[in-house]
Design a protein around this ligand. Sequence first.
Ligand code: ATP
Length: 434
Amino acid sequence: MSCEYTKMIIGMDDTDSREGMCTTYLCALLKDELRSFAKLISEPILVRLNPTIPYKTRGNAAVALLVECGDPERIEDHVAGKVGSMACLDNENTNPGIVFLTEDRFGDAKDKLSDFFRQAVKDVITIGEAKELASELSINYRIFKNGRGLIGALSACGAMLDSRWDHTYEYIAYRKMDSWCTCRSVDEPSVFEADRQTYPDTWDTVDIKNNTIVCVPHSGDPVLYGIRGKDAPSVERAASFISSEPVDRICIFRTNQGTDMHLIPVSEISDIEEMHSYILEGNVFSEPVTIRGGHTIFSLKDIKGGIIDCAAFEPTKNFRDLVRNLIPGDRVVVYGSVTERTVNIEKMKIVGLVSKYEVRNPPCPLCGKRMKSAGSGQGYRCRKCGTSSMFAERFEVKRDVTCGFYEVPPCARRHLAKQLLRFEEEDIPVFPSR
Ligand code: ATP
């Protein structure tokens, strides 16, 4: 009996909650389980979507696998069964979606799903829009509860169909199920060694300035650690240096992490919308202030006079020192997401610095010593020589900052933010966070 083989993309999203699970783990598990009746024919994909979406559990991730199989229905049943039994369905914010896209639909779906993916990274999409697209393209899907996960599942399929996006890699090691929700055991010196041996081909494994490990999460999910880097061999090599508790399984994902795919260049603040992420140039308008909680905030003015707050939040640590050195008139380009009319700065290019002046008592023209105040509104007087002046002396002070491209430290990095080490040479100095 001959068997017809077909390719199939499986897109999945929204299976986890803050208490446990992780959609990337389900993907890794299915990649291994499906091996007995399907062939994996591409790297699994992990896409990060709009980072401002309030329904997200952590990093707004969605995943996709591309397999070749003889019995698509068997795959569908297996995947849907696994999601049904492992997703955190009791949590009101967990609304899984799975998309099964067979080869016969690839041609028709490619352009629209690829656009949908790009829109999901930058924009806000409704469940209705996702369902409409799936029915327009006759896409086979399964949803649980309100099915919000369909948005991410379709996006991940779009990413799998379209290889024209910038990408990096992540090697994720998962914990044995019986150790989930317990304290992770990862040998710290081995993680620093992994970084030393493979940086800058891998990044954000540790934060040198803040002396902290970044690649090991603290939540109750199954991830033991995740190594990010430029290609699969580099992340694999870094992982080979790490000593830890037993690893259940690993998965290497191709991903849009570290690509700035979420950012939209904008020239006028009036065009800015909530829950979108931008690259915006303007002049510092108000002196940076540090408010309760340690967040440093200044306002930025564009060419048309529009004004918006820009924030270096407390978790960005030493990056706030840079921001505190700005003064009104400095010209900067900020990169970040907008929520509550505030740009959450991920990176900043300082393109122009104004001169900074301070005032002091004027010198006596006879003896050269600084005059004393002659009383409120009465200028200055030299007690020894009797000379006087109505004016203070204005002098330029050295700025504690230079023009250049700066980023938040690895411990505060957002998944989609492109690391400065990934930028091509620019005509402005680049100051990576280490
Ligand atoms: P984790 O990172 O731990 O996997 P998560 O942060 O990915 O979790 P989800 O549980 O997947 O969070 O929840 C995000 C939800 O938001 C999903 O249902 C997804 O389909 C939906 N979503 C993703 N992008 C958008 C968007 N641009 N507009 C509207 N909804 C979106």
